[in-house]
Design a protein around this ligand. Sequence first.
Ligand code: AMP
Length: 379
Amino acid sequence: MNPPPSATLGIPTLGILGGGQLAQMLALAAAPLGVRVVVLEPDPLAPAQVCAEHLLAPYTDPAGLARLAECDAVTLEFENVPVEALSWLAGRVPLRPAGELLHLSKHRIREKEALRRAGAATAPFVSIEAESDLKGALESVGGRGILKTSELGYDGKGQVRVSSAAELLPAWNALGRHACVLEGWVEFAREVSLGVARNAQGQLAYGGLIENIHVGGVLRRSLYLPGDTARASAEQQARRLARSVAESWELEGLLTLEFFELPSGELIVNEVAPRVHNSGHLTQDGGGLSQFEAQVRAALNWPLQDFVPKLPCAMVNLLGWAEGREPDWQAILKLEGARLHLYGKAHKPGRKLGHVNLVAWESAELLEKLAVLETLIPQ
Ligand code: AMP
């Protein structure tokens, strides 16, 4: 294990591949631990530059990678890091999570196969690589489904819903005839997520089970209610699954599992993010450790503790608005228990620009205030 932070032992440095808002919030969580953060990010307007050393260069830049290799460890904020960058770093600096895990999680079919090997259920799926694969595909996943590009899709991008066999070819054409996965449509009761961190010693720590509402494939709102008994039993199941995935994938770092909860209560995994996740942003203000501190600690191989909120809390995303639908900033700032987080990004409709966390002593009070907050952030 790395030495604990101490003035006499020097200042630990964490490298991050990517400099977006997740890197910004990781760096903000690292600062009070005395950890310096260096980000490699080609965007000159990278949100993380306000609180981290910014290496303004492509992810494969030799000098940038060499600087990252001087850090105590390197972690990441997005999964599509070029393979060349990962292979160059491997062996030169602890990369957490490792390239092998990223190889699984960035490809929807490899991910589902690896989840099943770890004992986690997924939606039925079939691989679509050629037009001939479309024949009989929809029937094989239950007659209704969702076609997703195997790589590079996020926030509902790169996916088309399909409800009849005749829609399948136009859907595949619309996705550029790239390699895809056709997933069976899941009639879920709700969507939930849970983070798990694991350090190089094998110590595990968990986040709480968070309930998520998506609109158009994009996360709109997350909720954590500590006293909810339905949540508590699903949380046990989610932890068991998270543990078996983390151990069988030899996780070093943090990953977030997104689940569909079936009406029977069974959890099936939708996808895995090998990093902190939008649904975990509420851990910044719910009391207890945040998901960001958990990833920093896991990446540095420090002792972990669970990153479960102590209080009822919620998060509402701030997406770039359509004309005339700007959030009511004054009212958000005045709402007791609300905390505004803005990433410093330029406005673009639909873009994730920030979020508001809300915390209250009691669940009923939280839900009342959440209803008010939702009116201040028009969709
Ligand atoms: P994804 O990018 O795979 O996380 O999908 C974004 C959102 O689309 C999910 O959070 C769900 O709300 C919905 N979705 C994705 N896959 C399915 C599925 N197989 N069945 C039902 N809804 C889905």
